[in-house]
Design a protein around this ligand. Structure first.
Ligand SMILES: Nc1ncnc2c1ncn2[C@@H]1O[C@H](COP(=O)(O)OP(=O)(O)OP(=O)(O)O)[C@@H](O)[C@H]1O
Length: 253
């Protein structure tokens, strides 16, 4: 599904500060992998590089293959058939990802319309997707008329529009209070896993990672320091420092 080899990201201009260095890992179809590490470890940069969303002023080197297509240095034409279908991003902050002036049903229908689906069929599918994420009656609502947890569900419905084979989620529940978090995690659990979408989940919260993922990648200072089964990573005494840093942050947040 995903093959990352010797991936590095550095600032363009001297002193060419490295943000990520020599990252290598694979992700199988339907596999769920958590990315953890202290603040500034490079988690968001990893997600951006995998999705071709690295900002200007930064240079990506190495290789990222999405279902066999090399995407490092890829332009819009190479990304077009992949975006939303091979990969999709669940926005961290649905408050900014959603258009406040457009009813959510229409927002979910728009990407379908852009792919040539007729108006009626697009609305029907938008309602079906909203129902799938537990919001059967939300199509005619505006984002401001929904709670934070409901908006995060809409963001997930938007990510699911193209039936992606890899869902990438960067802190999808960190803005939500714990009771609402549980519902969104249940939902992520339902739509990813064997025979469904693979999941690359960035989180500060080790409990969240342990709940959803079978494998953990631990980043420290832009390097991948551990890649292993969740239980092994959490139990490994050499990781106490990294894990404690991540745990501390999850408490702070
Ligand atoms: N555009 C940029 N130019 C230069 N440095 C950047 C840029 N974007 C991020 N960085 C730096 O890259 C490092 C990794 O940032 P990144 O956002 O990936 O960390 P993170 O692990 O996701 O942290 P957090 O958990 O706080 O979101 C940080 O030191 C950050 O300051």
């Amino acid at each position: 599904m995903l093959h990352v080899h010797d991936l590095s990201v550095a600032t363009d201009a001297p002193p060419r500060t490295p943000l990520l260095a020599g990252i290598t890992f694979d992700l199988a179809p339907g596999e769920r992998v958590g990315v953890v590490g202290a603040s500034g470890a490079g988690k968001s940069q990893l997600v951006a590089a995998v999705l071709g969303l690295t900002g200007t002023g930064l240079q990506v080197t190495g290789s990222v293959q999405v279902e066999g297509t090399e995407v490092v240095g890829a332009g819009p034409a190479r990304w077009r058939p992949l975006r939303g279908r091979a990969t999709a991003l669940v926005a961290q902050d649905p408050g900014t990802a959603l258009d406040p002036l457009t009813r959510v049903g229409r927002q979910v229908a728009l990407p379908l319309r852009a792919r040539g689906v007729g108006r009626r069929e697009a609305s029907r599918r938008a309602v079906a997707l909203l129902t799938e994420v537990g919001l059967p009656g939300a199509a005619r609502r505006f984002p401001a008329q929904l709670s934070g947890g409901q908006r995060q569900r809409v963001a997930l419905a938007l990510a699911l529009v193209g039936a992606p084979r890899l869902l990438v989620a960067d802190e999808p529940t960190s803005a939500l209070d714990p009771t609402v978090q549980a519902g969104v995690l249940d939902l992520l659990d339902r739509v990813t896993g064997p025979d469904r979408a693979a999941l690359l989940l960035v989180t500060h919260d080790l409990a969240v990672a342990a709940r959803l993922c079978s494998r953990l990648l631990v980043l420290q200072g832009g390097r991948l320091v551990v890649d292993g089964p969740v239980a092994d990573v959490l139990a490994d005494p050499r990781l106490a420092e990294v894990v404690a840093a991540a745990r501390e942050l999850s408490v702070v947040r």
